[in-house]
Design a protein around this ligand. Structure first.
Ligand code: MN
Length: 744
């Protein structure tokens, strides 16, 4: 148990002018009030408030807050009253202790309706004075540190509540110091197995790379010093929970986690951040998609730093964070940091002396620097409190990132968009604005170009790329989650779908007619409409694309006298594609891989793999070319939405086709590397169709390969298992090459 003078000295160490008498008075009052009470551990109860006060002193908070820590359980657990505390310690501390009392036993993850009411109480208490939250978090942190003395069942409930609410809330307020430790303790309780597996892996990697940490710190330090940049470098091992989150977020296997160390360069000023960045980027290759500049665009919890990943001195990927000392403090301590925590701005109106805890006072007084975006977030919640939302509504609006079934994402400008968990960027786009949803063609998640059908996670920053005149794809309806997106897509795509089908039907007809040496014209079709029993050309063309009328019938109706038996044979063949027949989605199902037959074929340069998302592009004179949705070449067609045709795979379990995937592998120049790669590919049941070296450098080799796989799942397994090989630095799917393109 920390002694009285130790606590006082701890505070005086960072605040020589601290109110010593107040701290002593609070210590003695608490000690007397809690008397002989014991904790579950058997320790005297008062050891708990002392530890809470010590944690607040770790945050270097003022004596008022530290004293509140000492007193925080007195009204709740002893015969102390608000009046008595007001009398001895003043109205300010009295209000804080009372605020804490009100929220001391709130159950925040119960299944009952009380949950929303309780969450509202929590935010109401915080909104009156942010210091209530700081003390509450310190209280929870100490309770979590000593949770082993609590019964297992209760332990799990408290850990879940902490993981779901208090840890995210600490993160939202930017207090990483709290968030990280809370998460680590909860992870230990809630996910024993996962944590154990990760720890084992870390241990194994540690043995491999014992000297790496110090080594890289030395190299970075020397580089910075030589260039005259004054900075310090910190290397640290990542926490098991942050590794676990990364695995979840990016759905990568533990084996793929290769970077267990994170490095920080902490400079004196912002200019030096960019100088340091230039230095590392000049010296070592960067990984482009990993670069983020949160200095110019801070995160919504005030976090500022540059993030980059380089292929470092030991040819390993190294994650670097570059920030100034001041940013570092804000990043670690958030609203509790000196830059954001201002001592004298708690009172609503200093002149009248109204105190934040006064019952007459309205929520919304300024507890921290107004520049803090974490504070702005809190203000928004307080506003909705003032609007008098019903508890259920408030709960809905306020879940924010606190609940696991929600994903709270941000626009690049920091606007918060609340979505159901696993929502897609399309849901995000529609949530921002219907027009954005209707015209969205692509997205970036946390700066990385991503698929529109990606699943969003809490805290993702989503940038939607729109294209004027573009229209929603009907297939989106299959994977969006929000009702708003669903109905908008349905509405906007119905007409468009019809247009697209008509277009497709016409392309099919023109191509078929060409083979039959019939010249296509609208007039010829009009003449045949009554025979075929269609009202308009468009209706007929749509029916053709949907396979509701056979091409053969149309050809016979249009040119009954021109067809010979060879033509009829040819027409009979054209039923291979089974267009539209089993479509549930309005997208056109692709079954066959009769690759170069007829008017639909796979792109040779970007061959699609069964099961992945595909799209058709109508090319004049060629028919429809099928591409994987990620193919670079699709960019050319971005402005021509009328050329796009939605396609989906329609494969049976029994379909056993091979699909070619061109890949490029960057591998370390090591003896036997190629043999290991070939063996692994064979072990995964894949064929190597084609392979050649693109370039050889002293350290890295670049290898081009075409592998044959059964479907996209098979391909992903292959790719993941290749990635576990230590000799492989990078592997990516690329456009197909010809032998002539070797750049040896
Ligand atoms: Mn307590």
């Amino acid at each position: 148990m920390m002694r009285q003078y130790e606590l006082v000295e701890k505070v005086l160490a960072y605040d020589p002018n601290a109110d010593e008498a107040l701290l002593n008075k609070a210590y003695i009052y608490g000690y007397k009030k809690h008397g002989t009470q014991k904790r579950a551990s058997g320790d005297p109860y008062f050891s708990h408030p002392i530890e809470v006060a010590a944690i607040l002193a770790d945050l270097k908070l003022d004596a008022t807050v530290v004293a509140t820590g000492l007193l925080h359980d007195t009204i709740e657990d002893t015969d102390a009253t608000r009046e008595e505390i007001d009398e001895i310690f003043g109205n300010e501390i009295g209000a804080l202790v009372q605020g804490l009392t009100k929220i001391s036993n709130l159950k925040l993850i119960s299944r009952e309706t009380a949950q929303s009411e309780n969450l509202k109480k929590l935010f109401f208490a915080i909104s009156k004075d942010i210091r209530v939250l700081l003390v509450k978090l310190a209280d929870r942190l100490h309770n979590m540190r000593t949770i082993n003395f609590v019964k297992p069942e209760k332990r799990i409930r408290i850990a879940q509540e902490t993981m779901d609410i208090y840890a995210p809330l600490a993160g939202r307020m930017g207090i990483q110091f709290f968030r990280e430790e809370l998460e680590d303790i909860c992870f230990r309780i809630l996910n024993v197995d996962a944590r154990h597996t990760i720890l084992n892996r870390l241990q194994a990697m540690h043995e491999d790379e014992e000297d790496l940490l110090a080594n890289i710190v030395d190299i970075l330090n020397k580089k910075l010093k030589d260039a005259g940049v004054s900075a310090r470098v910190i290397g640290r091992e990542k926490r098991p929970y942050s590794i676990f989150r990364k695995m979840e977020r990016q759905s990568i296997s533990l084996e793929k986690i290769s970077d267990i160390f994170a490095f920080r360069i902490i400079t004196k000023n912002e200019d030096d951040c960019y100088r340091a960045l230039g230095l590392v980027h000049t010296e070592w290759p960067m990984v482009p998609e990993r670069f983020k500049d949160f200095i110019s665009i801070p995160k919504s919890n005030d976090y500022r730093s540059i993030h980059t990943t380089i292929i470092g001195p030991t040819r390993k990927r190294i994650e670097l964070q570059i920030r100034t000392e001041e940013m570092h403090e804000v990043n670690e301590y958030g609203i509790a940091s000196h830059a954001l925590y201002k001592e004298n701005i708690y009172t609503n109106n200093p002149k009248t002396g109204a105190m934040p805890g006064d019952e007459t006072e309205k929520p919304g007084s300024v507890p921290v620097s107004e520049e803090s975006s974490a504070f702005k977030w809190l203000s928004q919640i307080i506003e909705s409190l003032e609007d008098g939302d019903a508890p259920e509504q408030f709960f809905e609006h306020t879940k924010l990132e606190l609940f696991a079934d929600q994903a709270f994402c941000f626009t690049p400008k920091g606007r918060l968009i609340a979505l159901p968990k696993h929502a897609t960027p399309i849901d995000f786009a529609y949530a921002v604005h219907t027009d954005i949803g209707n015209t969205c063609v692509g997205c970036k998640i946390n700066g990385i170009t991503s698929r529109l059908r990606s699943r969003l996670n809490n805290g993702d920053e989503v940038e939607i790329i729109t294209s004027k005149g573009s229209l929603p794809q009907a297939i989106w309806e299959n994977f969006v989650l929000t009702g708003k997106a669903k109905s908008a897509i349905r509405r906007a795509s119905r007409e468009e779908r019809k247009k697209q089908y008509a277009h497709l039907g016409k392309e099919m007809l023109i191509r078929i007619f060409k083979k039959l040496k019939i010249k296509y014209s609208d007039d010829k079709l009009t003449a045949a409409l009554s025979v075929l029993a269609f009202k308009s050309i468009d209706d007929l063309l749509v029916a053709i694309a949907r396979n509701e009328v056979r091409l053969k019938q149309v050809a016979i109706a249009v040119a009954p006298t021109l067809l010979d038996s060879k033509d009829i044979d040819f027409l009979n063949q054209q039923t291979h594609f089974e267009l539209g027949a089993s479509s549930k989605t309005n997208a056109i199902p692709i079954r066959g891989v009769s690759q170069n037959l007829g008017f639909i074929r796979f792109s040779k340069k970007y061959p699609p793999i069964a099961g992945e998302r595909i799209v058709g592009i109508i090319k004049k004179g060629e028919g429809i070319i099928i591409y994987p949705i990620d193919a670079d070449e699709l960019e050319i067609f971005e402005d021509q939405p009328d050329l796009w045709v939605d396609l989906v795979w329609d494969l049976d379990e029994g379909d056993k086709n091979w699909f070619t995937a061109p890949i490029e592998i960057t591998l370390l120049n090591e003896v036997g590397a190629l043999a290991r790669i070939s063996t692994l590919i064979a072990d995964q049941g894949c064929n190597i169709w084609n392979s050649f070296m693109l370039s050889k450098e002293t350290d890295f080799h670049h290898l081009y390969m075409e592998v044959e796989v059964r479907d996209i799942h098979h391909f992903n397994i292959l790719k993941n298992s290749l990635q576990t090989l230590s000799i492989i630095d990078d592997i990516k799917r690329v456009a197909g090459r010809k032998f002539g393109e070797i750049t040896l």
